[in-house]
Design a protein around this ligand. Structure first.
Ligand SMILES: C[S@@+](CC[C@H](N)C(=O)[O-])C[C@H]1O[C@@H](n2cnc3c(N)ncnc32)[C@H](O)[C@@H]1O
Length: 306
């Protein structure tokens, strides 16, 4: 009788553990799918093609590199020449990594993204891309990377995810003495005229709700401050001709970026190509007259040495 009871109890235990495993797997899958849908739902209309999306990311990359006159602000140049481990989280089209891996051939570069938008052309040998959801953790050992980079990722996670998951994971995989750089946009536009404001409001609504307020950048800074040395740099992104630099480049690039948004914005605004071009002309005139600008930030932190 005792043996029989023990056998039944053992069976129940095995079954319970199997049920638990099954439920965990199902919930994880459900959660992951929801997250992917969340990302795709960013576009209320049909999501743009990967090629369109990558072209636009590459244009934005060129614009911000021009504005900052660099691809990063952390004092890591020498390490990159000597040989460092670098990771870009939420790397998108991978353009930032492609440029750095070509320039610093002694270093190793890894890009992670939940969506596979990685370059299809030949990539340098020291560059690798991985499709992975970083909310499932970052699949590397503690103290692996000399430089961790994230750009335009702030809205992808909510405050709790940043505090309890993303930042602890980033600090875990960063080597003591390594650098972490988060670059992001202030979503406000300054000196903005009515046509430009309406257009930018439409872009923001098309992108869907942000999971974090701009003010929460300060929260992230505070957490950083507790964990390491933090510097915040700010740049003005002029949309208008930048006369002080005697250059029309920001204006030309702004115009190119707005043009590249045609496949998405024409649907949102219900405009054909001709009318979209007319609207852009009016917006660019307004931008030049008002001297419209935005701001980007780079939050740079060094993980304290043990
Ligand atoms: C606004 S894009 C920025 C892309 C790139 N960092 C850049 O500067 O061009 C945000 C990127 O984060 C990726 N992403 C969002 N949530 C993610 C997650 N949980 N895990 C990995 N990648 C994620 C998206 O697929 C997208 O490529």
């Amino acid at each position: 009788m005792k043996n029989r009871l023990e056998e039944i109890l053992k069976n129940i235990e095995t079954e319970t553990s199997q049920i638990k495993k099954f439920l965990k797997k199902t919930f994880m899958k459900y959660d992951r799918n929801n997250r992917r849908n969340d990302i795709n739902n960013h576009y209320n209309e049909d999501p743009p093609s990967i090629l369109e999306e990558n072209n636009r990311s590459n244009l934005l990359h060129a614009y911000y590199r021009y504005i900052w006159n660099s691809n990063f602000s952390s004092p890591i140049e020498k390490n990159l020449h000597d040989g460092a481990n670098v990771i870009d989280l939420g790397c998108g089209s991978g353009i930032w990594l492609k440029e750095l891996s070509s320039e610093y051939s002694n270093s190793n570069f890894i890009g992670i993204d939940i969506n596979e938008m990685f370059p299809i052309e030949k990539i340098p040998k020291n560059l690798k891309f991985i499709k992975h959801d970083i909310l499932d953790g970052i699949p590397y050992e503690d103290n692996t990377f000399d430089f961790i980079h994230l750009r335009f990722m702030i809205k992808c996670f909510g405050p709790i995810e940043w505090k309890t998951l993303i930042l602890p994971e980033i600090f875990r995989i960063c080597k003591p003495g390594g650098w972490i750089e988060i670059m992001d946009l202030d979503t406000n536009l300054y000196n903005v005229g009515p046509k430009t404001e309406n257009y930018s409001r439409k872009i923001n609504s098309m992108l869907g709700p942000s999971k974090i307020d701009v003010d929460q950048l300060q929260d992230i800074m505070n957490i950083y401050q507790d964990l390491g040395i933090t510097i915040m740099k700010e740049k003005i992104n002029a949309w208008y001709p930048f006369k002080s630099q005697n250059s029309d480049k920001p204006f030309e690039m702004t115009s190119e970026i707005l043009n590249s948004l045609y496949p998405i914005m024409s649907k949102v605004l219900n405009l054909n190509q001709e009318n979209y071009a007319k609207l852009l002309e009016q917006i660019l005139e307004e931008v030049a007259k008002n001297k419209t600008y935005g701001k980007t930030y780079r939050i740079i932190t060094q993980k304290l040495t043990l």
